[in-house]
Ligand binder design. Structure first.
Ligand SMILES: [Zn+2]
Length: 226
């Protein structure tokens, strides 16, 4: 993890022929070291937690067919599983997208998967009662998804991803784009103090409808991703 939270996103927007190149670019943008290995069932991108200062064991990223080298137009979503130092898989995926059949946007999925890894590392590194890890800020974000492009056109050029809370819960903002870094940081600070913890689908839909920030506890999976 970089200490400096300002990372240019430009390299990320370069079109790539294979899905894993997009994933690698996203991981690199977050300053996450990785390697590609052949696992028990196929190819996967592995992050050794010791390499990133987040304990022991590994995170493994692949699609549901254990493929990395497919085209972005065949991409059906990344999943991320954590394993302990004995390579025992630890329960639920820390991230999973799509249904394994329908094509999902490779750029946005890779970005979200890398953000999930960054959040996982940040949560490990944050002391329970200590200061939060830095948030990730891009000063000029024009991608990867259409919301970014639109916000940038409207003058909201700064993209912020809040670091996870110390208990690994995630802060979700009604928008990640702001007109300045200062505005982005103050919006996140305010949201951290006020965000409601989501425990039911109804609370989630209500928070989204009202465009309020909310907090998702670890293991609570957004129903649109279940
Ligand atoms: Zn953006």
């Amino acid at each position: 993890m970089r200490k400096d939270a300002t990372i240019p996103i430009s390299a990320y927007a370069v079109p790539t022929r294979i899905a894993v190149a997009t994933l690698r670019a996203a991981l690199t943008q977050f300053g996450i070291r990785y390697r590609t290995i052949r696992g028990t069932w196929g190819e996967l991108t592995e992050i050794r937690l010791a390499d990133v200062g987040a304990g022991r064991g590994t995170l493994e990223i692949a699609d549901r067919d254990f493929s990395l080298f497919h085209g972005p137009d065949e991409h059906t979503g990344w999943s991320i599983f954590s394993r302990d130092e004995h390579r025992v898989c630890l329960s639920n995926p820390i991230y999973i997208a799509g249904n394994g059949r329908t094509v999902v946007g490779c750029a946005a999925d890779s970005f979200a998967a890398a953000a999930a890894v960054a959040g996982h590392i940040a949560a490990y590194q944050a002391p329970v009662h200590g200061p939060l890890r830095p948030d990730h800020v891009w000063e000029e974000c024009t991608g990867p998804n259409r919301h970014c492009k639109k916000a940038h056109r409207q003058g909201r050029t700064v993209h912020i991803i809040p670091a996870a809370f110390a208990d690994s819960s995630h802060l979700v903002l009604p928008t990640n784009h702001y007109t300045s870094e200062e505005k982005a940081r103050s919006a996140v600070a305010y949201a951290r103090r006020t965000a409601a913890i989501i425990t039911t689908n109804e609370q989630l839909y209500e928070a989204r409808r009202l465009r309020q920030p909310y907090r998702l506890l670890p293991g609570w999976i957004d129903p649109t991703r279940r």
